[in-house]
Design a protein around this ligand. Structure first.
Ligand code: URP
Ligand code: ZN
Ligand code: ZN
Length: 460
């Protein structure tokens, strides 16, 4: 009998303490051996010479098939997971959609049913609380005990019936904190946004550039500061999703400096795109919330990515097709907000981060995998290359250039915000628990099924 199901030889493995030439032996979906010169027999062997081997990446922020405005985001768990796998992501953390009157548990069951049998990669689910938060406080402890330990609320989107008020936020955060869970916040001050949006719409200013002029960096900073004050009061941990601006970042860092336990996430789009995109012919395609910002915001976020102040990079993958984006004549307040990106995270961060010398491979893996695994309590199985971990593996060829095109991507969006950009390096292989999803850059994992990953708070 073969010692290993899979042996990956000669790769430069990105281990928790450094990049080292190593062989990786896989059996029954787990990494069972890691070292130099593993010679035992294997069912299949792959020579990764000249390439980097990374742990399967974790995207902590995706939205597969969610309702936004009058439509739904264009990827379901099947198409979205194929795109994710082709970008080196082997676990996504998606969000429930709570319908009015629906319990948190029913919303979770609905989302799990959508992923089950469709996702080709593993998935966890954050519980979104958007309807009558106080009615659902008592459901929180059981969800955490079942391993669904992360929740999300919005301080905006009042028009969509999804906003939480600050008193509600305090009660939700208090309950989640008391039971060892984590609350994530989409932080934007709704009053400022509503006032700005109304002013622009009433003034006949509908072009895409009025999206960032309505949803300002100040609105982000105000909400981060308000939420951090509550977290400070309660001694609770708080996770800010998709930070987009220098002002928002500085509000988070000020809170951290006074001892608030605040986790900060940003996204690739805020690191390589600016609000100039809104001035182009298809500027409305780039409408995402929060909006793209100025060069100085991009620079500030990069500094925080490099110096460790930013903890995670999620994609906020929420794609719409050109037809969906165009359906309202480009009017900024009616265009569905969100962009594709789940396949681009590794190439974008490798190209703009590692290849430029801003960050090294260890930091890249922390930002794209290890930190999220730890923060969301799945690090006993995922997020690093170590014996005992799931054999979620990515092989990356660090040289060569190509130009990103929408046609080469695998999601259902027929455009890409990254189209036309030069990318350095390319992904050759992705494995999920030892099963091949991508080989020589081609998706081959049609028969592979992902499973739900619960946090270690699960009491069973
Ligand atoms: O515009 C975006 N990002 N849509 C997805 C929902 C959200 O706010 O993250
Ligand atoms: Zn959001
Ligand atoms: Zn989002």
């Amino acid at each position: 009998m073969n010692q290993f199901d899979l042996l990956i030889r000669n790769g430069d493995a990105v281990l928790p303490h450094g990049v080292e030439r190593a062989d990786i032996g896989v059996r029954d979906g787990k990494i069972v051996a890691l070292g130099v010169g593993l010679v035992d027999s294997a069912e299949s062997t792959l020579d990764a010479g000249g390439r980097l081997v990374l742990p399967g990446l974790i995207d902590p922020h995706t939205h597969m098939g969610i309702p936004i405005k009058d439509t739904h985001s264009a990827d379901d768990f099947r198409s979205g997971s194929i795109a994710a796998a082709c970008g080196g992501t082997t676990t996504i953390l998606d969000f429930t959609v709570q319908a009015p009157g629906q319990t948190l548990r029913a919303a979770l069951d609905d989302r799990l049913a959508l992923a089950d049998g469709r996702s080709h990669i593993d998935y966890g689910i954050h519980v979104n609380i958007t309807d009558r938060p106080d009615d659902h406080l008592d459901a929180i402890p059981r969800l955490i005990a079942d391993g669904f330990n992360s929740f999300k609320v919005f301080s905006t989107y009042r028009e969509a019936g999804m906003m939480i008020t600050w008193p509600q936020f305090r009660r939700v955060l208090g309950r989640i904190h008391a039971h060892g869970g984590l609350l994530m916040l989409h932080a934007e001050d709704n009053d400022q946004i509503e006032a700005n949006t109304t002013r622009h719409v009433m003034g006949g200013q509908f072009a895409a550039i009025y999206h960032p002029r309505s949803r300002t960096a100040d609105a982000e900073a105000a909400a981060v500061a308000a939420a951090a004050a509550v977290a400070d009061d309660l001694g609770a941990r708080l996770y800010i999703v998709h930070l987009s601006s220098r002002a928002g970042l500085e509000a988070g860092l000020r809170a951290r400096a006074r001892g608030v336990d605040i986790v900060l996430e940003t996204c690739p789009q805020y690191l390589v795109l600016t609000e100039e995109a809104y001035l182009g012919l298809n500027g409305h395609h780039f409408i995402t919330t929060p909006p793209l910002r100025r060069r100085s915001d991009v620079d500030a976020l990069w500094e925080a990515v490099a110096d460790g102040a930013i903890d995670t990079i999620g994609t906020d993958h929420c794609p719409f097709t050109v037809a969906q984006k165009d359906a309202h004549g480009g009017l900024f307040h009616l265009t569905p907000n969100g962009m594709p990106g789940v396949e681009n995270r590794l190439p974008v961060l490798y190209t703009a981060g590692v290849a430029t010398g801003r960050i090294d491979m260890l930091r890249l893996v922390d930002l794209l995998a290890s930190n999220a695994a730890r923060i969301f309590g799945i690090d006993r199985r995922k997020g690093s290359l170590a014996v005992g971990q799931d054999a979620d593996l990515v092989i990356w060829k660090p040289d060569g250039e190509s130009v990103v095109s929408a046609e080469s991507l695998h999601g259902n969006a027929d455009w890409s915000p990254y189209a036309g950009m030069t990318q350095i390096g390319r992904l050759t292989h992705t494995f999920l628990r030892g099963q091949c999803l991508v080989a020589d850059g081609q998706f081959v994992g049609h028969a592979v099924r992902g499973v739900c990953v619960r946090a270690d708070t699960a009491s069973d």
